[in-house]
Design a protein. Structure first.
Ligand code: PLP
Length: 437
């Protein structure tokens, strides 16, 4: 499927399909409108495709670009530090400075190790939890995404809402073929935001549960904030049963604030994962944790390694990102613009007669369509009208507003009120057009 507006991308995609599996390098890139696109450049809040279309970018490339595209300080830092070498396979000064900075900013970051992406940092945390507790499984929640590796490649999609099974014993539907059969036995799965379910599960199975992993805000499905007392309750249960509490802050890190969601909510996990925004688009992630947990790695009881870890450009990008965010402290502005966008979306939905549910917090916004109430967990997200969301997102895209296909919008530090007003104008047009169909 293609149209003239995207013809060059369509031609390149056809060519790419001869050499890149499915024409892309990450599964998610297929889910663009009207198909995977080729981009030529990005600047600030805007990105341009090879057909010359300009988009206000509310995807931030799946989140990393907290300072927008091509931020000059990030690019200069990468350039300057790379001029000294690209990879030493040894320690270097800026890596130490970055670690000290994160230690200062993030409550759970008493010690850390850097890696390349969120997926592998998550697995490192599981290894630490297993080693320290002597237990083998982890508990995770429906609709939370923790990367694409084997043991977390379940519980994020379902062939049908019924296939989820009962709330107190969900069926972990696999997202991929080819997973090792035993990977399904590595975890327990529950719906999120229901402390009673976690309590019951731990009472019954705490002897085999080494860790609970949660996105502190469920950003991957619906951008749902935790119910009052939920994270605090998880903290208390983990303490009671000798279970590691792991916050997956891959999305919330540097986005909700420099100290992540753990600072925002005042709950300190045992370990947390930071990726995406900390590197402004360069491959760097961190597993950070309290000393008593990270001691598993310090002592080499747990092995963590990686040839490419802390390559110069990635560390320079992260350092530049922190320093811009610290100096400019854009969070109040990002939260205000987020409110402005959420309120504007709600007003326009009302005005045009659409049943839109707008959720989120600060610079993370989610839009879905449903006659139901708000969203509390993954099962609510599944009830949203996918066809209507598809129309909405495609309409916005054709009008030059790029939003993540599942209805997620991110704001960067460089988005302005003008970007919000521009997007809302487009939203009004698209919602009105949807009424004509
Ligand atoms: N955890 C969360 C919450 C994520 O959103 C993602 C990616 O979207 C990951 C982990 C995996 O990170 P990466 O894609 O860097 O491997």
């Amino acid at each position: 499927m293609s149209n003239e507006k995207y013809q060059k991308s369509a031609d390149l995609l056809a060519r790419a399909k001869n050499v890149l599996a499915g024409g892309v390098s990450s599964e998610f890139r297929k889910y663009n409108h009207p198909h995977a696109l080729f981009y030529s450049h990005g600047s600030g809040s805007r990105i341009y495709d090879v057909d010359g279309n300009e988009y206000r970018d509310f995807t931030l490339s799946q989140g990393p670009l907290i300072l927008g595209h091509s931020h000059p300080e990030v690019l200069k830092a990468v350039h300057d530090y790379s001029a000294k070498g690209q990879l030493f396979a040894g320690q270097h000064m800026m890596e130490l400075e970055l670690a000290e900075k994160l230690q200062e900013l993030i409550p759970s970051a008493e010690m850390m190790r850097f890696c390349l992406d969120g997926s592998e940092a998550v697995q490192t945390a599981f290894r630490v939890a297993r080693s320290k507790t002597g237990k083998s499984k982890f508990l995770r929640f429906e609709g939370h995404y923790h990367g694409w590796l084997d043991n977390v490649c379940y519980g994020i999609s379902t062939p049908s809402p019924e296939a989820l099974g009962p709330r107190n014993a969900p069926s972990p539907n696999a997202w991929s073929q080819g997973l090792p059969p035993d990977s399904i036995n590595e975890f327990h799965l529950l719906p999120w935001n229901d402390l009673e379910l976690v309590k019951a599960k731990l009472e019954e199975s705490h002897h085999e549960i080494a860790a609970i992993i949660t996105e502190p805000i469920m950003c991957n499905n619906g951008c749902i904030v935790p119910n009052e007392g939920y994270l605090k309750g998880l903290r208390a249960l983990c303490d009671e049963y000798n279970v590691a509490l792991i916050f997956d802050e891959v999305i919330t890190g540097f986005r909700i604030g420099l100290g992540g969601a753990q600072t925002y909510f005042g709950i300190t996990p045992d370990m947390s994962i930071f990726a995406k925004a900390i590197g402004s688009g360069y491959p760097i992630s961190a597993i950070v944790g309290k000393k008593e947990w990270m001691e598993e790695i310090s002592s080499a009881r747990v092995i963590h390694a990686g040839t490419m870890n802390t390559a110069n450009p990635t560390v320079a990008a992260a350092m530049a990102t922190v320093s811009v965010l610290e100096r400019e402290n854009p969070y109040a502005k990002m939260f205000d613009l987020g409110d402005q966008l959420r309120n504007g979306l709600r007003d326009l939905a009302k005005k045009t007669g659409h049943n839109m549910i707008v959720s989120g917090i600060g610079p993370i916004i989610h839009t879905g369509f449903s006659d139901g109430d708000g969203l509390n967990e993954f099962r609510d997200v599944l009830k949203l009208d996918k066809a209507k969301l598809g129309q909405f997102i495609s309409g916005l895209h054709d009008d030059g507003v790029r939003v993540i296909g599942r209805g997620l919008w991110y704001l960067s530090a460089v988005h302005t009120e003008e970007d919000i007003l521009h997007a809302l104008k487009s939203v009004e047009k698209v919602l009105a057009k949807m009424n004509e169909k």
